[in-house]
Design a protein around this ligand. Structure first.
Ligand code: C2O
Ligand code: CU
Ligand code: CU
Length: 564
């Protein structure tokens, strides 16, 4: 017995000494206005032994960080080289629903999807990830996703760290369970923390004020962020960008889908090391990650425990370091509750007890299971609304809404804490809590493509804890004069670029699809800019059809063309 214990101990110690830390991977970057993203099934050496089958976007796990400038129009060229359908959702972005990448903007395998939009969001940290109904959990588990960093003049004028990967460090938090053969298990909670896809990550930071951009990309777990030496940190941004002034904190509960940016002062600390940790032992059993199940579907090695997220070593300072925490950051103008025209109540509940719906473990919104062809709410364009999220559920759910950034008005009637007084697109609604937020639904109306709201625990979302709304403009009456919206294509045969032009001048394209000779959609172009031409470079020579839906009449017409 003693010998076995001794051997066990040695094995553990050796494992710790040898492989104690791996260097944190910093995702590559893409910037400019044209972005090529290719999703594929791939593999990665994550643990010794077998490689792990993963999903990656231009990479072997996860994807590049995209840099956008507010006010610029970004064009995305998304290629699905997976063996299954997917979608790519731009989480937190304010854009037309047809570009949003929710469950309605499906990209079949072998197809290219080309959404584009003008960046209207404030400087901040956003992300992109698959949103295919019922397979979101599995596709996110594979590693599909990426970070978006938006810059704007207000943020750029501040003395803040912004050397990506040096003093401005992205931290994508997730956890995974591996099978004995080193493969990911699709489970709500993982046994091992992975920061930027790195197990037992460490990183050397300069001895100055550093900025950490944290994203909770986990399937279910919340992380109660803090530092091992008890140091304070300063929250500078929530989901939708800067808060008015830094908020000093020692803990922050970061829930699935949420982002924060924090400043940590390492000035004069060269040679020191400390950890950023999840202090989850203090969480209640009704918060994701606070449960203490030894086994079963929710059992995992990290439940209700404190564990490391990243080991930090402080190295020398860089040239021109940021040395202090700014006093003020911005002046946010949140919607005024007196301007709200509508209050909408959304219930969050356990489905047990709802006759004939589901088993005891599923949760629902508005007493309904998600149905892809049912529009739960129609919101008039430019409406300011108060959403009352009323939970009767015995568990906490991170509620997320597309299209807008909102401002939290109250939790159970009380004003939000300082660290929640910013633009948000995810809010944790605790068990039996009522949360109210205010948002304005501006700019984009579309009766065909809805926006989603849902619990950001992918397991709950896939099981149907989701609803959808359309934003309806006032000029939505169908224009029957344009019903016979014919168009011509030229040149035909075409080289690298194909032009299309409607015969009636008032016609507008809502959607174009290019279909090959065997009937497969190969390119999808929401709101195509026909006058700029369609780039056919990626299409092999052959016979194709282009199908265009006219925006005002909703009519569909088709032309045949040859790609030389
Ligand atoms: Cu991050 Cu609807 O999703
Ligand atoms: Cu989203
Ligand atoms: Cu949930």
């Amino acid at each position: 017995m003693r010998k076995i214990l001794f051997m066990l101990c040695c094995t553990l110690c050796n494992a710790l000494a040898q492989g104690q830390y791996n260097t944190l991977k910093i995702p590559d970057t893409l910037s400019g206005t044209n972005f090529n993203l290719t999703l594929r099934d791939t593999f990665k050496q994550i643990r010794p032994g077998n490689q792990t089958i993963t999903g990656g976007i231009n990479a072997d796990f996860w994807g590049p960080t995209l840099f956008f400038n507010k006010g610029e129009t970004v064009h995305m060229n998304v290629k699905n080289k997976l063996n299954e359908s997917t979608t790519v959702h731009w989480h937190g972005m304010h854009l037309p629903a047809v570009m949003d990448g929710g469950p309605h903007q499906i990209i079949p395998p072998g197809t290219t999807w080309q959404p584009f939009w003008k960046v209207e969001n404030n400087a901040g940290t956003y992300w992109y990830h698959p949103h295919m109904h019922e397979t979101t959990e599995e596709q996110i588990t594979k590693g599909l996703g990426g970070l978006i960093i938006v810059r704007d003049p207000i943020e750029s004028a501040l003395d803040l760290p912004r050397k990506y990967g040096t003093d401005d460090i992205p931290l994508i938090l997730t956890d995974r369970t591996f099978t004995a053969a080193n493969q990911f298990k699709v489970v709500p909670y993982g046994d091992s923390m992975m920061t930027n896809g790195t197990l037992r990550a460490q990183f050397t930071v300069p001895a100055q004020v550093i900025r950490l951009r944290l994203l909770n990309a986990a399937i279910e777990r919340s992380y109660n962020i803090g530092f091992s030496d008890g140091r304070k940190f300063y929250l500078i941004a929530t989901d939708g960008g800067l808060v008015n002034k830094p908020v000093e904190l020692s803990r922050f509960l970061l829930n699935a889908g949420e982002r924060i940016e924090i400043l940590v002062d390492c000035t004069g600390q060269t040679g020191k090391n400390f950890d950023i940790k999840a202090y989850n032992s203090t969480l209640s059993g009704f918060i994701p990650g606070g449960e203490n199940f030894a086994n079963g579907p929710f059992g995992n090695a990290l439940g209700k425990k404190d564990f490391n997220i990243l080991h930090l070593n402080v190295g020398p300072a860089t040239a021109m370091p940021v040395k202090s925490i700014p006093k003020t950051l911005t002046t946010n103008v949140f919607p005024d509750p007196s301007t709200a025209k509508t209050t909408r109540t959304i219930t969050l509940s356990d489905s047990s007890g709802v006759p004939g719906i589901l088993g005891p473990n599923a949760f629902i919104l508005g007493h309904k299971l998600f149905k892809i062809n049912y529009i739960n709410h129609t919101i008039p364009l430019n409406n300011t609304e108060i959403w009352e999220l009323k939970s009767t559920s015995g568990f906490a759910h991170p509620f997320h809404i597309h299209d807008v950034q909102f401002y939290i008005l109250s939790r159970n009637g009380a004003a939000p804490k300082a660290e929640e007084q910013g633009w948000k697109d995810v809010v944790l609604v605790k068990a039996r809590e009522t949360v109210k937020f205010i948002a304005k639904f501006e700019d984009f109306a579309d009766e065909t493509h809805p926006f989603m709201y849902h619990c950001h625990i992918s397991l709950h979302e896939d099981e149907g804890m989701m609803g959808q709304f359309v934003v309806k403009g006032t000029t939505d009456v169908k224009d029957t004069d344009l019903a016979d919206a014919e168009f011509a294509v030229f040149p035909n045969p075409a080289g690298d670029v194909l032009y299309a032009k409607f015969t009636k001048a008032d016609s507008e394209a809502y959607y174009a699809r290019i279909i090959n000779n065997s009937g497969k959609t190969v390119m999808m172009l929401p709101r195509p800019e026909l006058e700029k031409g369609i780039d056919l470079k990626d299409l092999p020579a052959g016979i194709y059809f282009i199908q265009i839906t006219e925006a005002k009449a909703g009519s569909v017409s088709v032309q045949k063309f040859i790609r030389q």
